[in-house]
Write a protein that binds this ligand. Sequence first.
Ligand code: COA
Length: 260
Amino acid sequence: MNVEQILTERTGAVTTVTVNRPKVLNALSSQTVEALTAVLIDLQKDDEVRSVVLTGAGDRAFIAGADIGELAQLTPRTARALTDAGHRLCTQIERLGKPVIAAVNGYALGGGCEVAMACTCRIAARTARLGLPEITLGIIPGYGGTQRLPRLVGRGRAFEMLLTGAPVTAEEAWRIGLVNRVVEPEALSAEAFALAATLAAQAPEAVRRILDVVNHGLDMSMADATALEATAFGLLWATEDAREGTTAFLEKRKARFTGR
Ligand code: COA
């Protein structure tokens, strides 16, 4: 499946999705945002796809933000439509029901950093730079960055990044918890794929429940969130994979999950 600005490549249960506008460092035009969202909706529906790697074309950028040429033309009405579309994209990633690994292969700025933050895990090339430079354009992040950044790195560090607009190195991003790990650029695709493949081999319903309980639970009280966890825990015992996992352990063999 190839949409002009978005490339997809399927390897077993893992699909790699590549934002393909290298001439503008994979900046997100509104058309690109719509195309990426549409591709992700298709991947959500496809039961054969168990995890996703998201990356940018070329070796310079993951995504260098929203397309500034388009931003310059915005009115309050079109700006609102643009931010709504960005939120739909990031929510689609976060609520995909399957893990999405961001392979951050270069600049992840503005909307690019926001897309990466909506992913389940982030692996960065040592050469990557991440940041929310919107303040330097006289605006604020509009794809959820004001909310996901403080949830990942804490309020103080988030304020510093949001208010200075200065990007951080991959190493600093790792130190503050913005990325899970940093690897050499030439190892990035293999590392991201390996993590995606590991997660694709787990029992899919249990994976979906973990994503759901963590993502929803963090916005709830502890009492409501643990009740959500309890419901999910109970429902998982309706799956064959839960029986298989426990039986395989007792029989001292590797579990063979089928997704049922
Ligand atoms: N929107 C539109 N075009 C962009 C872009 C964006 N967000 N980011 C980069 N580009 C384009 C540049 O205009 C340039 O196009 P050109 O070759 O036609 O002149 C091309 O991509 C290469 O970028 P360039 O700026 O020449 O590369 P650089 O190595 O000097 O700098 C960056 C790289 C990422 C530091 C710089 O491009 C940048 O600051 N981009 C904007 C980042 C940003 O503010 N994003 C948040 C938007 S809300």
